[in-house]
Design a protein around this ligand. Structure first.
Ligand code: ACO
Length: 328
């Protein structure tokens, strides 16, 4: 018999160092007004030079395990949703398993960029509902500040570092049930958002470095256009699969890429501002980490409570996109 999968615990971690828009004004030709009006971002957190993505993931993951009332040893699978892992390979999940002291437990990374967490939620849900694994530690962790070109003001100002985590296990009958997940992708849009260098198409060498191919590249207008069409589509599909109506949702957690994207989606569904969980002003875009950070923070603040119906939606490089509905 299928066992319903649920979010059993949440946690998040952001590095201490904060870089405000005013700090950026001092190091590049930009200003707080431009960044705020175009994106809603006021500040972002920056990892230390010697603080890899696995460190953020580990710290967020430990909190989620405690919040689920479990011990590290209870975790039987670790998934890290990231495109800014410690190494191209092996997986950052391997490093996190070592940090958690649970070597032997299977671990892997999942690459779906900003929709990584929704993809991970779907994979973890399937593992639990088929009975393959019991307690999966699912973490969105990214350090985009280490792969953006700090001389490209149109991209670097939009990103921050952070990690958010959940434990997915069998429902204990007291909330957290994943009611639906929906995923999609379109490879014709790869060119609009990518880190071209470092893979086998453009291996690292002097030529690719001279062309700055090791940095994230983005066509902002195409990302915007696709986000405001695909994210609502994904949310609608997830709502339909969950058998609920948009008005039933207590809160909406959209990928925190840009406040204007969030507002456009909210307007389309006539969602009031108070139902939106928004923290982009403090963390900027942390890619696969935005949704689990927003979820864990809203739970910590007591905003999201047991029984609340939450709608999720994200779009990321690929493009990949997806939606989900969870009853907390
Ligand atoms: N500070 C000041 N001026 C800037 C900056 C900056 N940081 N960056 C660009 N500008 C200038 C440009 O040079 C341009 O100047 P010009 O008119 O003299 O040539 C002007 O601002 C307008 O630039 P546009 O690129 O046309 O600005 P636009 O209004 O399209 O906004 C933005 C750019 C914010 C990137 C927008 O396209 C957007 O929101 N796109 C979505 C991208 C996004 O959210 N990405 C997140 C990562 S992807 C994801 O998570 C799914």
């Amino acid at each position: 018999m299928l066992k319903k999968a649920a979010i059993l615990g949440t946690g998040y971690y952001v590095p201490e160092k904060v870089l405000t828009n005013f700090d950026l004004e001092k190091i590049m030709d930009t200003n707080d007004e431009w960044i705020t009006t175009r994106s809603g971002i006021k500040e972002r957190h920056l990892s230390e030079k010697d603080q890899p993505t696995s460190d953020l993931a580990f710290r967020a993951g430990e909190k989620a395990i405690v919040s689920a009332g479990l011990k590290n040893a209870d975790i039987d699978f670790v998934i890290i949703c990231t495109v800014t892992g410690d190494y191209t390979w092996p997986a950052t999940g391997n490093v996190v398993v070592e940090r958690l002291g649970i070597n032997g437990v299977p671990s892997m990374d999942l690459s779906a960029a900003c929709s990584g967490f929704i993809y991970g939620l779907t994979v973890a849900r399937a593992f639990v509902e088929t009975g393959l694994y019991k307690n999966i530690l699912l973490i969105g962790a990214e350090e985009f500040t280490k792969i953006v070109d700090w001389t490209d003001r149109s991209t670097c100002v939009l990103f921050g570092d952070g990690a958010g985590a959940v434990v997915i296990g069998q429902s204990r009958g007291d909330g957290g049930e994943i009611l639906s997940t929906y995923l999609a992708s379109d490879g014709s849009k790869v060119k609009y958002l990518l880190q071209p260098g470092g893979g086998v198409v453009h291996p690292i060498n002097q030529e690719t470095i001279d062309k700055k191919l090791q940095f994230a590249q983005m066509n902002g207008k195409e990302v915007f256009k696709n986000a405001v069409t695909k994210m609502p589509e994904a949310l609608e599909k997830a709502i339909k699969l969950a058998g609920i109506n948009i008005d039933d949702l207590d809160y909406f957690i959209f990928h925190q890429a840009n406040k204007r994207i969030i507002d456009a989606i909210a307007e389309r569904f006539k969602v009031p501002e108070e139902k939106l969980i928004v923290n982009i002003q403090r963390y900027a875009n942390t890619s696969a980490a935005t949704i689990p950070i927003a979820l864990a923070e809203a739970v910590e603040q007591g905003k999201i409570k047991k029984g609340h119906l939450i709608g999720f939606s994200a779009l990321g490089a690929g493009f990949t996109w997806g939606g989900a509905v969870v009853r907390m």
